[in-house]
Design a protein around this ligand. Structure first.
Ligand code: TXE
Length: 479
């Protein structure tokens, strides 16, 4: 399988003819090659985007919207094919790709096709000075979108859809670890009638092709999702160029369980919020705090359920836990198990490499639950981004709030309680961008999405992201 760049509506080889191997996590085999693009490829993509911008930015909103709707339909028409590709490239269970990743990619285009027709700006009558001020919301021009490997097409389109809906043209780079569905998107853009150059997809390494997008002087905004360290690098490269930046970074999200919760619902959802997508979602609740009275019962029931999760080949419809995304990532996650044990954590289950018959070289591991007696350990403070959770009892609301807020991250939190007053107190006091009460990852695309502290800067979603992808201009008219 040869993956090419998609520039100006054409699939093209990288200029320097350099290629990177693409691995299948389920069996560890190389199954394709992707372009090792450089600044030269980014420049060609930029020129295509700049030239498309002239007509795309003035196309009536309804016309842009129609194209995005066609794209959404085409993604749905190709759901099976895209889901299989996503699963092959990422290692996630194909049933997850079919029910979450690909439907959401279609929804991203459909949502922003509608949202852009409702987007509006303010006008202020400046009373006493006979003037009217209004705000123009103009597209920025050419923008850069850089996305990670955990939810490949889902997060790629989460950026591209609002960017182009708002009238921008895009130079985008998917993760070099999971390029396949982004590659397939090019052909669908063509079928949907998206004019050439509106979306340009450049594949390659972050430090090379990604960095070239960030450093390009005329790419005026960067929307990035990925690791916190990479986010810091991007921020320092973009700052002297005065670019608009949206950074959605890592998380170390607390899952706080009070004894008065709806136990069955909490247990089932906690299983998902811990291990969905092999725990490789920035929103996973990897720190579980349980009120003392419920702790022992929770520990028994939760570990029992975790031990029953099916680890297996992503194509198997019975698989709950597929392969981790890469060999390096598997090593990193397994290292954290050792670190946790050295720091006094008690491994209650899992945490071992698993060999699946016939796929010996695949990147599988059993989901791990680690009991910790203090939150002051690396397993409880650093983002592991794999099928690993820590559990710890707490006595009071005050104590758990303090521990929950102590980490450097602030993306999301989950709270399980049926006490309304506690819900209000906790959700207001917790330091993060998203709070789920008695649920997890229930998404409404109109809501602001993003985190605080080391989890990022800015918000995606709804009108927030349409504001990000436009420049406000104040026009003042004296009459
Ligand atoms: O992601 P990177 P990595 C976390 C998770 C994971 C860690 C590292 O903890 O273990 O990050 O993952 C591109 N300029 N998350 O290293 O490098 C890169 O090519 C421009 C959380 O695999 O951040 C890819 O397209 N771009 C997360 C994208 O950045 C650069 C999802 C993300 O890769 C670049 C993934 C550079 N200098 C990992 N360097 C989440 N928030 O959901 C890399 N890239």
């Amino acid at each position: 399988m040869i993956i090419q760049n998609f520039i100006n509506g054409q699939y093209v080889d990288p200029i320097a003819d350099g290629w990177i191997d693409n691995y299948c996590p389920a069996d560890g085999e190389v199954y394709g090659k992707i372009p090792d693009s450089s600044a030269d490829d980014v420049e060609v993509a930029y020129i295509a985007a700049r030239s498309a911008f002239k007509s795309w930015s003035i196309l009536p909103v309804e016309e842009r919207s129609k194209i995005l709707l066609r794209l959404a339909d085409l993604i749905e028409d190709n759901l099976e094919r895209l889901a299989e590709a996503e699963s092959e490239d990422n290692g996630k269970p194909v049933k997850l790709a079919k029910t979450v990743d690909i439907p959401r990619a279609a929804q991203n285009f459909r949502f922003f096709a509608h949202a852009i027709t409702q987007f509006s700006s303010e006008s202020h009558e400046t009373v006493g000075l006979d003037a009217i001020n209004y705000t123009l919301r103009q597209p920025i021009g050419v923008v850069g979108c850089i996305s990670p490997w955990n939810l490949p097409l889902y997060l790629f389109t989460w950026k591209i859809a609002p960017a182009i809906a708002a009238g921008n043209c895009v130079v985008a780079k998917p993760s070099e670890i999971t390029p396949l569905t982004a590659h397939m998107l090019g052909e669908l853009c063509d079928k949907a009638g998206l004019p050439s150059g509106v979306l340009n997809i450049v594949h390659g390494y972050g430090h090379k092709a990604g960095q070239a997008i960030v450093e390009h002087p005329d790419i005026k905004a960067i929307s990035f999702t990925g690791g916190t360290q990479t986010g810091a690098k991007i921020a320092s490269a973009a700052a002297p160029l005065f670019k608009k930046l949206s950074l959605e970074l890592g998380g170390k999200n607390p899952n706080i369980i009070f004894a008065d919760c709806d136990y069955k619902n909490m247990l089932e959802t906690t299983l998902r919020s811990s291990f969905a997508n092999q725990g490789q979602i920035c929103l996973c609740g990897s720190r579980i705090f349980i009120e003392q009275d419920l702790y022992e019962q929770f520990k028994i029931d939760f570990v029992d359920r975790v031990e029953n999760l099916q680890i297996g080949h992503p194509n198997d419809e019975n698989t709950d836990i597929g392969a981790l995304v890469s060999s390096d990532h598997l090593d990193k996650v397994l290292d954290y198990i050792e670190i946790a044990k050295e720091e006094g954590g008690k491994l209650l289950c899992g945490g071992e490499r698993v060999i699946i018959k016939g796929f010996d070289q695949g990147y599988y591991m059993s989901p791990a639950v680690i009991e910790v007696s203090t939150d002051e350990c690396r397993a409880n403070r650093e983002e592991i981004f794999g099928p690993v959770v820590t559990i710890m009892p707490f006595k009071s609301e005050e104590e758990v709030l303090n521990i929950a807020n102590k980490v450097d991250y602030g993306l999301s939190a989950t709270i399980w309680t049926n006490d309304l007053n506690r819900t209000m107190r906790m959700s207001h006091a917790i330091h993060c961008g998203i709070v789920w009460v008695n649920t997890w990852m229930l998404r409404d695309l109109r809501t602001p999405f993003g985190g605080i502290k080391n989890s990022g800067v800015g918000r995606e979603g709804g009108f927030e992201v349409l504001r990000f992808f436009t420049e406000p201009k104040n026009v003042c008219i004296k009459y």
